[in-house]
Design a protein around this ligand. Sequence first.
Ligand SMILES: [Zn+2]
Length: 230
Amino acid sequence: MSVPRFWLKQYRDELASLLAVAFSPRLSLSRLSLHPLLYSTCIGLAISTISVILLWIGFHPTVYELPVLSPKISLVPSPLPRRPPPRFPPGTHLPRIPETRASGPLDLPTFCPEYDLVRFDDPRVWWESDHDSSDNEDDHLMHRNLVPPLKRLIELVEKYGGHLEVQDAYRPSGVHSPRSLHKEGRAVDLTCRGLSLEDLARFAYAAGFDWVYYESGGRGGDHVHCSVRR
Ligand SMILES: [Zn+2]
């Protein structure tokens, strides 16, 4: 007898024996529940049900709705460090603690430019120093910890139709306050074309900068200042 025929006969015999038990006038629940064919059928049904439930859950992606500020912005993909805040008014910062607590204070004696600073470039960004030859400032120089959130922000701004502008990054001396994190390259000043500064600030916070400040009305003009921890 060939193998398929043998298995078919086995299955037919098992089924017949199960039916005989099920329709027997002396039906015993314990005998019925212990029958191997009934066992395998129940286990199969249970696995199928669980699979269908898992598939149903899996087909609902984890995206969340944002309050729409600009018509271009309605959904943001979830792999971001934070949920964008619904509002980010001018003159406010997030988190609502001083920058020295969120990003840590300036500590020039332990700052090592050769190790801490990296040169970062991205053709999707407009860099102020590339268009200003009046000084030797280089906005591509920044602390290495600034790069990951900046990369996420570049992606977000591009996705929603904006064009990011880096106005200032590492500044060892000059326009900033004596305690400014720009002196360690841990701060960056940003503006944007195609998106409002409020949306830029919301996205910067979602992208993972440790402190984001929507500076407005100051000498340096309206911009979004972002900084990071060491
Ligand atoms: Zn700044």
